[in-house]
Design a binder for this molecule. Structure first.
Ligand code: DLL
Length: 436
């Protein structure tokens, strides 16, 4: 265990610590006008919070609140005290911006170190990080956790699979960190170029940023000859390192001394007991730059407070089994259908009638196809114009969502109209078919 004081703390001591931190957080939040108003509206002052049960009286924070205060409106520290920003997609073109102070970055490295150590990483390991580096939190988040442990980090970032295979082989990587679908893609590409992954030094992998099933875990373990651990997180809360699997592979331990979890009924907001699935909600207990109160993640899971065989006392969450909203995760990138719609609306000649088809070729590589109707005039025009339109739409979509899509232009009135709410998305992958 990286930090047994935090990971195996007694439940009583943990509750005491969490209450103390929650009271401090509420005092800090009054510096943020948004929270000052929300707390005043709810009629709550920091001194009214005398037990953790009082948490349920506090207001929720939603992704739209971050978007509405773009970019820095929810910061609780002056910009000069923040040393890093990251971002992820919001429901429309706008980024969800998150920020960190020096201490926030230390907290992040600490929780990532716990995550990696739970899968056996030590300073003797060589860790190949194939999560994207950049605004996405995956690359840099994992990176600093590796350095904190003192292992050797290879900041490969995403893309260029053949080069990645060569680096893993030449540098003797023992640990792979990537999305689960990239791991399978890597296995396939290695086979094609005749690299035997079993002959390499790889022994462990940490996979997350998108949902994956137990079936995918078995496939990754078999094809790469490694043990595969699930890691979970979201930018708003910190990035990767919010929760992690231990050797038991029996749920993900939440770093509860810094992230206070709840599972609620998404329709009523009522808290749900252990074992009942609902929406996961986090309160960040110690974050300085962007503290969040009862943040609604949109992820569906259930909690389990039973003590784990590994000796950690922290609560576990089941593998994420769905979303409460329509967010798609395509090749590790969060995409909202509303972003696709917005992109299409800016291409003259295409209509707002569209259908999004997400698939997973060979169970590995996500594909995104968008069928969209063009207006009659464009369709009757020369073929060359259609090809131009298709390219323009693909380019525009790439600029907004950051991944390549195939756009298929269809004649007016070919996409089925629904009587109720339009069904715009067909997701053929089985990523959320998780038992329990
Ligand atoms: O995906 C952070 C991360 C990076 C986690 C690397 C793990 C590894 P966002 O881009 O903000 O942050 O996306 C967060 O991705 O709300 C979930 O819906 C989904 N997600 C992340 N990890 C998992 C996982 C990063 N292990 C959103 N299983 C979250 C299922 C996951 N879904």
């Amino acid at each position: 265990m990286w930090n047994s004081q935090a990971e195996a703390i007694s439940r009583d001591a943990l509750a005491e610590l969490q209450l103390h931190q929650l009271q401090r957080l509420l005092r800090r939040l009054t510096r943020v006008p948004f929270y000052k108003n929300a707390l005043a509206e709810a009629g709550i002052r920091a001194r009214d919070i005398t037990s953790l049960d009082d948490l349920t009286h506090l207001p929720f924070t939603r992704k739209t609140d971050l978007r509405d205060h773009y970019p820095f409106g929810l910061l609780a520290t002056p910009l000069e005290d923040t040393v890093r920003v990251h971002g992820s997609s919001g429901t429309t073109g706008r980024l969800t911006v998150v920020a960190y102070t020096k201490r926030d970055l230390r907290t992040w490295s600490e929780v990532m170190a716990r995550t990696l150590a739970a899968g056996g990483v030590t300073r003797r390991d060589v860790v190949h990080v194939a999560y994207g580096y950049g605004l996405f939190t995956g690359g840099l988040g994992v990176h600093y956790g590796v350095e904190r442990i003192g292992a050797t980090v290879v900041p490969a970032s995403g893309g260029n699979t053949l080069r990645q295979i060569a680096l893993i082989r030449d540098f003797g990587a023992t640990v792979l960190c990537s999305t689960p679908s990239f791991a399978l893609y890597l296995a396939e590409a290695s086979a094609e170029v005749g690299v035997d992954l079993y002959a390499l030094a790889l022994k462990t992998g940490f996979f997350g940023a998108e949902p994956w099933t137990e079936a995918m875990r078995s496939e990754i373990e078999r094809k790469l000859g490694i043990r595969a651990y699930d890691i979970y997180g979201l930018s708003e809360v910190i990035g990767p390192g919010v929760s992690y699997e231990c050797d038991q592979h029996a749920g993900l331990h939440i770093n509860e001394d810094v992230f206070l979890p709840e599972v609620i009924n998404p329709a009523t907001g009522e808290p749900l007991p252990d074992g009942v699935k609902g929406e996961l909600v986090f309160t960040t207990l110690t974050k300085q730059a962007l503290p969040l109160l009862r943040y609604r993640t949109g992820d569906i899971t259930a909690l389990n407070h039973e003590t784990c065989k590994c000796g950690r006392t922290t609560v576990r969450m089941n593998k994420v089994s769905g979303r409460t909203d329509d967010m798609l995760i395509i090749r590790g990138v969060n995409v909202f259908p509303s972003q696709i719609e917005e992109a299409l609306l800016h291409v003259p000649g295409v209509s707002p009638n569209y259908m999004i088809i997400v698939d997973r070729a060979k169970n590995i590589l996500d594909t995104l196809e968008v069928w969209v109707e063009v207006d009659a005039e464009a369709f009757s025009d020369k073929l060359g114009r259609l090809a131009d339109l298709q390219r323009a739409a693909e380019r525009h979509l790439y600029e907004i969502i950051g991944i390549n899509a195939y756009i298929k232009l269809v004649e007016p009135n070919t996409i089925a109209r629904s009587e109720g709410k339009a069904k715009r998305v067909v997701d053929r992958r089985d990523v959320y078919q998780i038992k329990g």
